[in-house]
Write a protein that binds this ligand. Structure first.
Ligand SMILES: [Mg+2]
Length: 324
């Protein structure tokens, strides 16, 4: 890191304005977490991102920062927790200059305001490379109200929020592996850079969903975790998967990618299950949180996840997401 003022300058000038209540403007060795009402607990999660593995080194710094925060908020949403703050470790390389860090911090500031979270602390180090970040997100939830992966029952409906496959298509566009109309290219690459963590829907599903998980590694892989942890099977219908207008049009032109919404990664939507008796309540929770939700299948008495197209079982070799 070759930055004017060094590490302490970066912390006092750039990072201190991000400090949460209880973080003493990042002047001390540690922070004090706020007290919670009785029955509430802290929920924590961590995701790391490495240049060339989880983001493209050429990605805009503010987008990298926002994605780093958002993928963690997505994990909190999957547990039904409300986001409160985060801890951040950054490993800058020799090429990281103050302008790059400043744009990275701008991205964090923007999403802090959007999601009502603050920075509780962290660490800033140098590395020969690659550029690496690790973020620990803190949320709160009722101790007896967490959404888990292990509560799905045979016969439960399976739902997914938002749309699937956009991000995987966007990554192909950004890597020049796929040529699409310019307006689709913009939309799809934005979906890759900037996931929409379902921070309002997640907490609204507490008491309604029997199991939940966010879709980071692809629908089949992530729904597979729910099925395994719950000791049941799952059946999803390809034609029921929610697609954006852009994805729908691109898949018509590229039938070889038709199964991508089943296994493409980085969607950061919620996949969750609920008893069929809860359909009206799920609809109301989706409306109240202004989050589109689609019923895509049901849990079964079997094991594993079966994808069906026109009622016939599909076999997939590429059942999951390999990072590039
Ligand atoms: Mg997750």
């Amino acid at each position: 890191m070759t930055i004017d003022g060094g590490e302490f300058g970066v912390i006092s000038d750039l990072l201190a304005p991000l400090a949460a209540d209880g973080a003493f403007a990042l002047t001390d060795d540690a922070a004090l977490l706020p007290e919670l009402p009785p029955g509430q607990g802290w929920v924590v999660t961590k995701d790391a991102m490495v240049a060339g593995v989880h983001f493209l080194p050429s990605d805009p710094p503010d987008m990298i920062a926002r994605k780093l925060l958002r993928v963690n908020l997505s994990d909190l949403a999957a547990m039904g927790a409300v986001p409160r703050g985060y801890l951040l470790a950054t490993a800058w390389t020799a090429e990281t200059d103050r302008d790059w860090i400043s744009r990275f911090v701008d991205g964090l500031a923007r999403d802090q305001a959007r999601f009502s979270v603050g920075l509780f602390g962290g660490d800033t180090v140098s590395t020969p490379g690659p550029l690496t970040f690790s973020l620990t997100a803190l949320g709160t939830a009722a101790r007896d109200g967490l959404l888990r992966r292990n509560g799905a029952l045979a016969g439960d409906d399976i739902y997914v929020s938002g749309t699937l496959g956009d991000s995987a298509l966007g990554l192909r566009v950004l890597r020049d592996d796929l040529e699409v109309e310019p307006e689709h290219a913009t939309f799809l690459s934005q979906r890759y850079h900037l996931p929409q963590p379902r921070t309002t829907l997640g907490p609204a599903l507490v008491g309604l969903a029997s199991a939940a998980q966010d879709v980071s590694d692809g629908l089949l892989a992530d729904l597979g975790h729910v099925a395994r942890q719950s000791g049941v099977g799952a059946e999803v219908h390809l034609e029921l998967l929610p697609l954006s207008v852009a994805a729908r049009e691109v898949l018509i032109d590229h039938p070889d990618l038709a199964l991508l919404p089943l296994h493409g990664g980085d969607d950061y939507e919620l996949v969750f299950t609920a008893s069929p008796g809860r359909r009206d309540s799920i609809r109301a929770a989706a409306d109240a949180s202004q989050t589109p939700v689609t019923r895509i299948g049901r849990m079964t008495g079997g094991a594993g996840v079966q994808a069906l197209a026109a009622g016939r079982p599909l076999t997939l070799k590429d059942n999951g997401w390999k990072h590039f």
